[in-house]
Design a protein around this ligand. Sequence first.
Ligand code: HDE
Length: 686
Amino acid sequence: MADKSGYSTEFGAGGERQQIAKRGTDVMTTNFGVPISDNENSLKAGKRGPTLLEDFVLREKIFHFDHERIPERIVHARGSAAHGYFECTDPIPELSRASLFAKKGKKTPVFARFSTVAGGAGSVDTPRDVRGFAVKFYTDEGNWDLVGNDIPVFFIQDAIKFPDLIHSVKMEADRAFPQAASAHDTFWDFVSLMPETLHTLIWAMSDRGIPRSLRMMEGFGVHTFKLVNAKGGESFVKFHWRPKLGTQSLVWDESAKLQGADNDYHRRDLWEAIERGDHPEWEFAVQVFDQMLADTLPYDILDATKLIPEEIVPLRVIGRMVLDRNPDNFFAETEQSAFLPSNIVPGIDFTDDPLLQGRLFSYLDTQKSRLGTTNFHQIPVNAPKCPFANMQRDGMMQTHGFKGRANYEPNSLDEAGENPGPRPISTGFATLPEEVDGEKLRKRAESFGDFYSQPRLYWNSMTASEKAHIASAITFELSKVSLAHIRQRVLSHLRVVHEDLAKRVAAGLGIDLPEAVTPFKAPVDLGQSNALSIQKNWHVTLEGRHVAILFAEGSALAEIEHLKQSITAAKGRVTLLAPKIGAIAVKGGTLTADAQLAGSPSVLFDAVALVLSEEAGKKLAHDSAAVGFVADAYAHLKAIGTSPGAKPLLDRAGVEKDAGVTDLPHLPDAAKQRYWDREAKLRDLA
Ligand code: HDE
């Protein structure tokens, strides 16, 4: 028997056993239960003498420590996860027999992990990157893992290119830098030679590549999957997650500065939100379509570099996910969680998407290398919550003690009164029959051959400010590429995506535009899809947003309290900042800050309020932390609420009045937005 902490208490019998049980887990023991009397000193021959090999306590402790690390994930190494539930809000039995979609109100436990792709496990949270969005549903007919991303398309069409893509984006092989960054030669070399990457590339270069919070990201299953109903009727489906707080992003300079201000910005935000009871929530929606619709599209639904605009196939919301519990132990749960696109349940099925098909092998394979055993499904976070049984046996780290002789099937042991073990059931998972006919060949379908229409659709769907961000991001990344011919080749592709984009990047770099490439397939005009823009779909709300109130000696307590109250009433969050962390004399009493100004730059907040007396305003105008705090909030297009005393500080930080620079009473409203129009005043937009 194991107690809560996993320490064995089943030891001997009678009194001896009771004594151990009473001892509980407050007594330190070796891994084999021997009580330890001294955890400070190793066993030596004489106080200053050599350490003895005999010291099993020391040996065991160091031995275990030496092997604490496991290989990090080859991609998506840095991630954060939480437990929660999926709730079906609109059942779809007519489309799928999956049990989690069967009944309104039905709840299915989930474990969701969010990750960056390129950086190592100890890298930072806010680099420009795609984010992983992996959800494990513990359904009552087995685990379903929807292992998606925050971008609805992928860089490549065929799994055979994945190792090349990842080698190119990770730190370069000889020098081992840059860490967690795509702005380097090998990545841009690869993508410029593989124009199928252009669509995901333009998403990654847009504000989607720098999310504000893991709670403010959309998620996508990316591939086309199938839904299968009880009668075997099938439809195609794409899966979507939509964050309750709306999709929000950082601005580039802010995301770069956050890497210094708080490496764990996203991880901390997710953890703290759950601890506070602000449970992150997403709507779960499906885009369902049939072969007839698929035939009308000018691209292939099996091509993971393409999306289907919501304007063509609308989203149907069928559920919601709420994350309400942090892991107890990061290693045991988050690190050891193993997501497998091949984990599928009756009612859902794969398609022939060649990227998906390759993934079905890779994820199972990689767990053996990462977790060391084929029995990784027995680790609690990976085990289904429904019963499971088969004839698979033994292997490293086997924890099940199987009883009886039935480790093969069929058997007739039941006829001799023995337990025959599990047998297949006709209602179990059955792959849909599909006629397949074709030559064995290494070729790509021509229907996969248009690489430019969808990046153009994306570009055309952005606001002016979003376009500027894309052009600036590509300019920035290419400015870090040292080989001129790579920059040229990228531009020659961008010209086909959109002449305007190519011109802006060339101008930003200060180089001439090269000839455009001749595409394999001429792009077609797909119009625009407003659903793709973050800014056009902004949720005007304070919920999930964080406002800093900066005060100092002489600030008016009543003003601070009133402001704090109105922000929290609108579901915003407030942190009080002051130059000093100790109690400060303010007008009307004393006040203690939650954090110190110099350690809390404004990149950590969505909006700032400056509640300052005239004297403090003058003083802080000569404090570089205060000036940087305000100048960055302004440059990052945030709302700034000010009392009149803050004027010298605003002047010193170069703040000019605009819709986002308000007096204190208007701040709670102003803080619901970013001020994109301000950007043109602040920098030469690409
Ligand atoms: Fe992954 N990917 N991937 N990927 N992927 C992994 O599996 C792979 C792809 C995604 O939080 C690895 O357990 C191949 C698309 C997420 O644990 C590995 C291909 C999408 C995660 C792997 C792709 C993803 C991974 C590394 C091309 C979005 C993190 C560790 C065929 C739809 C899951 C692991 C977590 C992780 C392989 C492409 C998402 C090596 C071969 C497309 C969210 O198996």
